[in-house]
Design a binder for this molecule. Structure first.
Ligand SMILES: CC(C)(COP(=O)(O)OP(=O)(O)OC[C@H]1O[C@@H](n2cnc3c(N)ncnc32)[C@H](O)[C@@H]1OP(=O)(O)O)[C@@H](O)C(=O)NCCC(=O)NCCS
Length: 150
């Protein structure tokens, strides 16, 4: 694959709404769920990362600054027709580099059980027991980040 370009887009921008639409298609509709206005409004101070392929969003994710030394990675979604082509790996690696550059030492996520093998391939580790979120099994997963070179 060609190396995708990554953009951090403002909450509420046209590209933010394109990413919400991809997240809705990939993460919400299959569960018969919809985003609420409150859920999306609560993302106003989160970091929205997208990558494009042929003018269309290929993948997106959201980073939430939860603690001084940690960030939470949320809402990782790759367009269905582009899955298993490396877009997920690349956008997660971009997020890891971004967090390390912010001085964070740990990135964590609530991974759906079907996505655990994907995160393991990227070096993430399961921490703790299974739990339920949006009606499906999840695991907390973590990735230690190396410090950026001074
Ligand atoms: C899970 C998801 C983000 C992975 O992104 P992707 O672009 O399809 O994955 P990549 O092509 O970058 O895969 C990287 C590696 O993980 C593997 N992999 C990807 N998805 C996998 C899965 N569901 N099960 C097992 N392995 C998987 C790939 O085979 C590849 O392995 P390799 O390095 O040996 O070739 C994407 O498929 C997706 O959006 N799925 C639906 C939504 C979802 O589950 N999101 C995660 C919510 S926690």
């Amino acid at each position: 694959m060609q190396s995708p370009e990554f953009k951090i887009v403002p909450h509420g921008s046209d590209t933010y709404w394109d990413a919400v639409s991809l997240r809705d298609e990939i993460l919400r509709k299959p569960l018969n769920l919809e985003f609420t206005e409150e859920q999306l409004a609560a993302e106003h101070d989160q970091i929205h990362i997208v990558s494009h392929a042929d003018q269309e969003i290929a993948a997106c994710l959201v980073l939430q600054n939860t603690e001084p030394d940690k960030m939470k990675m949320r809402q990782v979604a790759v367009r269905e027709s582009l899955q298993r082509q490396g877009f997920g790996r690349k956008i997660c690696q971009y997020a890891e580099q971004y967090c390390a550059a912010q001085g964070k030492s740990l990135l964590y996520c609530h991974a759906r059980d079907v996505a655990v093998p994907f995160y393991k391939k990227l070096g993430w580790k399961v921490v703790g027991e299974e739990f339920t979120e949006v009606n499906i099994k999840h695991y907390r997963m973590e990735r230690s980040l190396s410090k950026p070179v001074e």
